[in-house]
Each structure stands twice: as structure tokens, then as C-alpha cells.
Design a protein around this ligand. Structure first.
Ligand code: K7E
Ligand code: CUA
Length: 653
């Protein structure tokens, strides 16, 4: 067994070396884009792209917004990471979004964005994304393009099989990558097997406001739950998770978790469990997790610690959970638009395995079982197999669909995307990627109605594709036209962080409802100042609250005296502008946090500690008018025992 394994690794390494050198050659020979390709990605000055792509920032913790087909980056939306560019996670209003049971966690590792759906179609209301490191799920508004909510996932560790949503956005799902003791406790690591648990969390989404709530967690055997996708159409009501490390090894997983010939796809009938829960089933377990919600009217987030979570053991709901044997350490778990086919991308498997939902139901009904794992029935492999794509490439990771009956699978080791036909399993086309592709995205590719015009591959290794910028290059995406029989490579474009996955959508679904301003009349921030006459400075012990406004091109007030060393000054800054795209910035010398970038009509708060006697300037950071450089002011800081009165002014000498 071990020797065979070593042999296959040897083969893979040779394959890597072989492909990368082959790739370089073909890259050189195809070097310049032909003019027809250039036309396909050319978006003339002032014209708009036809699609948005929301690309995961990976270890940046954020989400970037791109246009297709141009590959231009429009915005970075801060999600799990502090973002000095606009003060996210530094302003008093947004700090609560990053609260967790571990305290303030200003970073995460985001992997899988997924856009909300109605009836299996992208509805463009929200995009969800997971935090892998400190298990969390975020909801981002596709109206304001801001993070509106983050919920922590207890009993989870490495929230990787996440954040995929069901076809009416009933649930956003989070599965743990690492199994852990549940509840956590001090125990020997070597006693992992049989004792650790893997929590699969079903988080309900309020249909109107999108608010998330953990409806239940299924405490599964201690495998690693890698990726997941919902059933759709005929399989709506089920959710599928790939597993690896069904060996339950705790050390040297590269060897010890590659022993079993087959791991599993876990099929969860969430409708059945939901019914059980709605009838009072499950157990409330003590837990500690943060639920952070941003209010668009007060422009302020609040963080609440939740104290319990509903857990379900598989044995409580017979007939709700089955295991589908799947070779070998599958990564991606992808369901086709009809809901019939479930693709298990076995990383170390020679063939690509596709299961049939219809056969699965039949096997369940006729009890075609092959034993069980911790009481969960294992279905017979042959009885659930729809077919397999024979030797399509090396190291399959992820599959997407074009809605025309074709599937597209990425192969990391052989660095290619392979197009194949659902049902006949024949390979139709293959195109190299530069280099070592991870995920790929087709707009709507994870829905009942994909928009099969473009596909882009997100590659892990960039090497020579761009001008060198030192030892580390940004990752590279590649856009293909998939409207014809053969895929056509159109464009390379760099991405930010590690773009594990992306969600993409036709622009017309969201662009017209994109927010332009925050209406001052609707501003409910408790410390707003919606006109200059409402500005003031208020002392409350050692805390000083400055109610300040901004308009081209001055601060009100712009001279403040009577601050003392040891004071904590809270600048509550309201941007009075009511025009699209006229933000102002606020920066204070020596601030230990960041600047603020304040959208029209918005109020944000920056805290500054007065540490040294002197007269200290603040200024606007965003070039907002011809007199932007005049947009500045001073704060006088006097000794702690000074009796200078608090005063503030604008335009008085
Ligand atoms: Cu990078 Cu989806 Cu986290 Cu595969 S995952 S590549
Ligand atoms: Cu306001 Cu520059």
C-alpha cells in the first residue's frame, strides 16, 4: 500500500515538472492575443462590463469586485479584515463586526463567495463568504457593497465547506474542515479517532433582511469536511459534503489520510432534519459565539454573544444522512444545474466520479448498503455511481456547469481545464492554465441557470505571466470564452490575495440598485450632525465627543480648544454631501488606528487619544474639490491640569 502510494506521488511530481515546462512553451508560442480575442475583452472607455465577479481575497480576508470581460478591479470590500483604506474595523461603528468569542479578530482567510438565489436563480441581493480560520460567515449587501452581518460558527474549526446556499437562500451552510472535540476539552491528540466530531451547520437566512441564525448543527463523525454544495431542482432539500481523512488521522495527513481507497460524500436531507427541529427535536448545547449586525440606518454595528446552539446527532433522525463512497480524498463537491449529478473531485483519483441523485434515492429505498460508519449507512458505490470521466487529467479540484449539459473541471497538477459532457462522460476539450488552477467560475455556475458565456480559472501559481515584482506575485486569473464548442483563452488578469473561488453575475441584475448616497434625512446615527448648526463638542469626564460635519471644502468645527492630555477624543464625522461618489476623508495626526472615508450622508467615528501638549492638525484624505488642500483644521491640546474652556469654531479668528 505504502509503496504504491510513494510510486503515485513520484509520478505526480514528474507530471508537475513535465507540465510546467510544456506550459511555458505553449505560452510563448501563443504569446500575443489575436485581434479578435482583444475585441472580446475590450470595454471601451466609459463603457461598462457585462458581468460582475466577486472574487475571494483568501488570506486578505476580504472580497474584491471585478468586471468581466475586462478583468478590471473595481473595489475591495473589507469583510473579515481591518481595512485602513476606509477605516473598516477601525471606526467605532464597524469594530463590533469583528468581535468573536476569541475577542476582536481583525483578520480571516476567506474562500467561497456565493450569491443569494430565488427559485434556483441568482437574485443579486447578497453575497455570502466564509471565514475559514476563526469560523465565521459574512453577508455583504449587493446594494451598498458593504459587509452587513457576520455570524461566528461554534463547534467548528476551519470553516471550509462554506458558504454555500440553498436555492431559495433558506440556508447558508458551513461545514468544519478540522474535526475537534465537541465540546472542546483537554484530551490527548492521539485519541482523536472516534472522539472528535465534525459539525455541519445550517444557518437560516431571513428572507426579507437576510439576517442569519444557526438553525441546527449536525455532529458528524470526525472526518475532514472539505467542500459542499446544495441539491437543486429535484435534489433540493439535500446538501452534499465531500470528506477526506476518513482514516481519522491526527498526524502526517499527507500519508495517513491517503490510505483509504474511497472517502465519502455525505448526503444530508436537511428538509427532514428541519422538520425534526421544527417539532422540537435536537438538543440545546451551551456555546459561545458572536452575532454581529450592521444597521444601515444608524450606520452602526452591534455585537451580541449567543449562548447556545441546537445540535443533532445523526442517529436521532434516521433516514436523513447517508455516505456515498467516493475515490480518493475528494476536494470539490459540485452539483449540476438539474440537481441529478453530484461530482466528487477525487484529488488522487485517476478518474472523475459522478454520482446520480436518482440512483441514490433508489439505493436508499432498497437499502443497498455497504455497512455503516458510526451508524450512518454507507451506500454501495456501484449503486449510486452515474458514471466516471476516464483519465481526464491529474489532480481534479473543482467543477462548474454551463447550463448546456457540459461540465468544466480544473486539474491542479496537469494545469488545465477540461470540458466534458454530462451523461456521456466524454471529454470534449481541454485547455492549459498558467499555472496550477484551483477553482473556476462560470457566472451562475452554482445555480439552476448558469450564464454560460464566460468561465475564468483562478490559478495558484503566476511565475512568468506578469512583470516580476519580487519573490511573491499576485495570483493570476484567466478568462475563457466558452460560448463555442472549444474554450478560447481571452485574457490574463491579476487577482488580490488568494482567490480560492468567485461568484459572478450579469451586471444588469444588480447595477441599477447600487446605492449612490445615504440620505441625510434617514441618518439615525445617535451622534450625527445633519447640518452645521448641529455641530458641537461635548465633554463627558475624560471623553470628548466632537460632532463634526464635512462639506466641500471645510470641517465644522475646524478649530477646537480645551482638549487636555489624557483625553479620549471621539470624532463623530458626518459627510453632508448628497451627491454620488463624493466621499470625504478624516485623518488625525498620530492616530493609532486609521483614517475614515465617509460616504455622502454617512456618519463614522474615529477615536484619538490626546497624548502630547500642542496644536495638532487634521485633514481630509480624499481629493474632493479644487480646495481639498484647504480642507483642514487644528486641535489644541493643553496640559492635563489646564483650565482652558472647551471651545470650537469655524471661520473665527
Ligand atoms: Cu482553494 Cu475551495 Cu478553499 Cu479548492 S479551496 S482550490
Ligand atoms: Cu474633503 Cu478632500
Amino acid at each position: 500500500m505504502k509503496n504504491i502510494f510513494k510510486l503515485s506521488i513520484g509520478f505526480l511530481i514528474t507530471a508537475i515538472a513535465f507540465t510546467s515546462c510544456g506550459d511555458q512553451k505553449s505560452s510563448k508560442s501563443n504569446g500575443a492575443l489575436s485581434s479578435s480575442k482583444a475585441e472580446k475583452v475590450y470595454v471601451a472607455p466609459g463603457e461598462h462590463d457585462s458581468h460582475y465577479a466577486f472574487i475571494s481575497g483568501g488570506y486578505s480576508g476580504n472580497l474584491t469586485v471585478y468586471g468581466l470581460p475586462s478583468g478590471r478591479m473595481f473595489k475591495e470590500i473589507p469583510v473579515f479584515s481591518q481595512f485602513p483604506t476606509n477605516g473598516y474595523g477601525y471606526s467605532e461603528e464597524t469594530k463590533p463586526l469583528l468581535e468573536t468569542s476569541y475577542g476582536f479578530v481583525p483578520w480571516d482567510d476567506s474562500h467561497h463567495p456565493d450569491i443569494s438565489q430565488t427559485n434556483g436563480k441568482l437574485d443579486g441581493r447578497w453575497v455570502f463568504i466564509n471565514g475559514n480560520n476563526t469560523p465565521r460567515i459574512a453577508r455583504i449587501s449587493l446594494t451598498s457593497f458593504e459587509t452587513e452581518e457576520i455570524i461566528e460558527v461554534p463547534n467548528s474549526a476551519g470553516n471550509h465547506s462554506s458558504s454555500f446556499i440553498t436555492e431559495n437562500t433558506e440556508y447558508v451552510v458551513a461545514g468544519t474542515r478540522f474535526s475537534v472535540p465537541v465540546p472542546q476539552k483537554d484530551m490527548a491528540i492521539k485519541d482523536y479517532k472516534g472522539n472528535f466530531k465534525g459539525a455541519l451547520s445550517f444557518i437560516s437566512v431571513d428572507p426579507e433582511h437576510g439576517h442569519m441564525d444557526i438553525k441546527f448543527q449536525v455532529l458528524m463523525p470526525g472526518f475532514n469536511y472539505d467542500l459542499s454544495h446544495p441539491g437543486r431542482g429535484k435534489s433540493h432539500g439535500w446538501f452534499f459534503f465531500t470528506t477526506y481523512n476518513t482514516e481519522e488521522a491526527s498526524t502526517l495527513l499527507e500519508v495517513n489520510a491517503s490510505q483509504n481507497d474511497k472517502d465519502f460524500i455525505a448526503a444530508i436531507n436537511w428538509k427532514k432534519i428541519e422538520e425534526y427541529v421544527n417539532n422540537g427535536g435536537g438538543t440545546m448545547m451551551p456555546a459561545n459565539y458572536a452575532h454581529n449586525v450592521y444597521d444601515e440606518n444608524t450606520h452602526t454595528a452591534t455585537s451580541t454573544m449567543k449562548k447556545e446552539v441546537r445540535v443533532i446527532n445523526p442517529s436521532e433522525v434516521p433516514g436523513a444522512i447517508y455516505l456515498l463512497p467516493t475515490p480518493k480524498s475528494p476536494h470539490g463537491c459540485d452539483v449540476d444545474p438539474s440537481g441529478e449529478y453530484i461530482v466528487g473531485n477525487g484529488k488522487l483519483s485517476a478518474n472523475l466520479t459522478v454520482h446520480s441523485f436518482t440512483k441514490m434515492l433508489d439505493a436508499i429505498e432498497n437499502e443497498k448498503f455497504d455497512g455503516d460508519a458510526y451508524g450512518i449507512p454507507i451506500l454501495k458505490f456501484e449503486d449510486v455511481l452515474a458514471g466516471s470521466v476516464e483519465q481526464p487529467g491529474l489532480g481534479p479540484l473543482h467543477t462548474e456547469f454551463d447550463g448546456q449539459g457540459n461540465a468544466y473541471t480544473t486539474f491542479f497538477i496537469s494545469s488545465e481545464v477540461v470540458k466534458w459532457k454530462l451523461g456521456t462522460w466524454e471529454v470534449l476539450d481541454r485547455k492549459p492554465t498558467y499555472y496550477s488552477v484551483g477553482h473556476l467560475t462560470i457566472p451562475g455556475g452554482n445555480s439552476r441557470e448558469p450564464f454560460g458565456k464566460y468561465m475564468f480559472a483562478m490559478n495558484k501559481i503566476t511565475k512568468d505571466r506578469y512583470l516580476p515584482v519580487g519573490p511573491e506575485m499576485e495570483h493570476s486569473a484567466q478568462l475563457y470564452d466558452i460560448s463555442g464548442d472549444k474554450m478560447e483563452l481571452l485574457l490574463d488578469f491579476p487577482t488580490h490575495g488568494e482567490p480560492h473561488y468567485a461568484a459572478a453575475i450579469p451586471a444588469e441584475i444588480i447595477k441599477d440598485k447600487s446605492r449612490k448616497i445615504y440620505k441625510l434625512a434617514e441618518n439615525e446615527h445617535p451622534r450625527k450632525a445633519t447640518n452645521e448648526s448641529e455641530t458641537k463638542v461635548v465633554r463627558d469626564g475624560k471623553n470628548v465627543h466632537v460632532y463634526m460635519t464635512l462639506i466641500r471644502s471645510h470641517f465644522t468645527p475646524d478649530n477646537i480648544e480645551g482638549i487636555k492630555v489624557g483625553d479620549k477624543v471621539f470624532f463623530h464625522v458626518t459627510n453632508l454631501e448628497q451627491d454620488f461618489d463624493v466621499p470625504h476623508g478624516f485623518a488625525m495626526i498620530g492616530a493609532n488606528n486609521a483614517e475614515l472615508l465617509i460616504a455622502p450622508g454617512q456618519t463614522k467615528t474615529l477615536t484619538w487619544e490626546a497624548k502630547q501638549v500642542g496644536v495638532w492638525p487634521f485633514y481630509c484624505t480624499d481629493f474632493c474639490s479644487a480646495l481639498h488642500q484647504e480642507m483642514q483644521g487644528y486641535i489644541r491640546v493643553s496640559p492635563a491640569d489646564s483650565n482652558i474652556e472647551l471651545s470650537w469654531s469655524l471661520g473665527e479668528d
